[in-house]
Design a protein around this ligand. Sequence first.
Ligand code: AMP
Length: 140
Amino acid sequence: MNASDCIFCKIASGEIPSHRVLETGDVVAFLDVSPLAPGHTLLIPKSHCESILDAPAAVVRLLSVELPGLARSIMRATGATGLNVLQNTGRSSGQAVFHLHIHLIPRRDGDGLGYRWNAGSYAGGEAEAMLSKIVGELRD
Ligand code: AMP
């Protein structure tokens, strides 16, 4: 997607209105228009990148700096007792807007949110094989 067609670029620039929770020179946080819970907030960089895969480390750092304070504020404001910090990367993960964004979703016991966490297990040797593959990619 071209940045000029990007809905979150338009939110960042103010061309499309949003309920802004926080704004710095580099990042914006605003209420999700279709919240999974009241206070569901999206944190985005103002500069366009599609996901965590093409984001410069400096951009991720800018988001990370704001994350703890934003999380604490959302929890205090909503009275939530938990928070999911979620970043969907790619269509298979559920990403629908291709401008990097981090979801902060307030949670409470018994709120009925959540997804199936079908935990698996590794058979003999599989964890070691996976480990060497990932570590090999890190070294490349
Ligand atoms: P994702 O599935 O991770 O790409 O999430 C995209 C999120 O953006 C969804 O939760 C949408 O509800 C939210 N969203 C889409 N358009 C807007 C908008 N104009 N203002 C606020 N949130 C939006």
